[in-house]
Design a protein around this ligand. Structure first.
Ligand code: HEM
Ligand code: HEM
Length: 211
């Protein structure tokens, strides 16, 4: 099989980079949705049983005991939320300092490593795309399909950098950027859906397969 794209179709390097990206993204979305984030921590009702009894029903000592239980429960809940919130940020610092390399990687550490690998593969694809010609269009693609692919493919390539960049911005910057990270990956889903719809509908998936 030829390495570069040409009259024969896509070459081995483009195909390898294409399916490597798909595999890394499948792993990354699985990790992203599986790891615990702030919003996943279940709400715990910290009001102790009996708190609703009031006035003369409870002694001062009993009131104090109930308040203490409630405070402890709320502190534990805040700690769980903070830990989930900071998990990827801590993974980011531990990976830089080498602390993460001890005993197996946690899901947030995988999230950071996969994100950095996606940036590396995305950048390689952009460079490769600029240095190798595209093969001729498949005759099964209509003019409209070609226009759509022509717009969507650079968007997909760009989002391979932008999505992880918003993740990095959120761990080195502020948590306020979580909605940006989520919005960026939703844009990616939208572009991917269009891309896959066109190539599956016109039965041209084989052009990217290793055969
Ligand atoms: C292409 C690469 C990436 C993809 C596809 C991706 C995708 C995701 C997904 C699906 C989630 C879960 C969001 C939710 O629960 O709705 C998530 C959360 C998160 N990601 Fe990424 N991510 C990527 C790269 C990164 C990188 C490189 C970092 C930081 C170094 C990062 C930081 C975070 C953080 C901090 C959260 C938790 C946000 C929260 O508190 O809800 N991501 N990401
Ligand atoms: C996961 C994210 C994906 C990204 C970022 C992506 C990106 C791209 C890009 C940029 C191209 C243009 C060729 C190049 O420069 O490499 C391309 C071509 C192609 N992709 Fe994807 N793709 C993805 C997923 C998929 C999936 C899941 C399929 C199969 C269902 C697929 C099938 C194809 C095919 C068949 C072509 C060649 C289209 C033609 O005939 O010209 N892609 N893809």
């Amino acid at each position: 099989m030829r390495l570069r794209n040409g009259e024969h179709g896509y070459g081995a390097v483009t195909k390898l980079l294409h399916w490597l990206t798909v595999a890394l993204l499948a792993a990354q979305f699985t990790v992203g949705y599986t790891m615990e984030t702030d919003t996943d921590v279940p709400d715990v009702a910290c009001d102790p049983a009996g708190e609703d009894r009031s006035g003369g029903d409870t002694s001062d000592a009993e009131d104090e005991q109930l308040d203490l239980l409630e405070d402890r429960c709320e502190a534990a809940q805040d700690r769980r939320e903070d830990e989930a919130d900071d998990a990827v940020g801590t993974a980011w610092s531990d990976l830089w300092s080498g602390d993460a390399l001890g005993d197996g990687l946690t899901l947030p550490e995988w999230h950071v490593l996969l994100g950095l690998s996606i940036i590396a593969v995305g950048a390689t694809r952009i460079v490769w795309r600029r240095t190798t010609p595209l093969p001729p269009w498949d005759p099964r693609l209509t003019d409209a399909d070609r226009r759509v692919l022509h717009v969507v493919e650079p968007v997909l390539l760009g989002l391979l950098i932008v999505v992880p960049a918003t993740g990095i911005a959120l761990v080195v910057g502020t948590d306020d950027l979580v909605p940006l990270h989520v919005a960026a990956h939703l844009c990616f889903f939208a572009a991917l859906a269009v891309h896959v719809f066109v190539v599956v509908r016109r039965h041209v998936v084989g052009r990217m397969l290793p055969l």
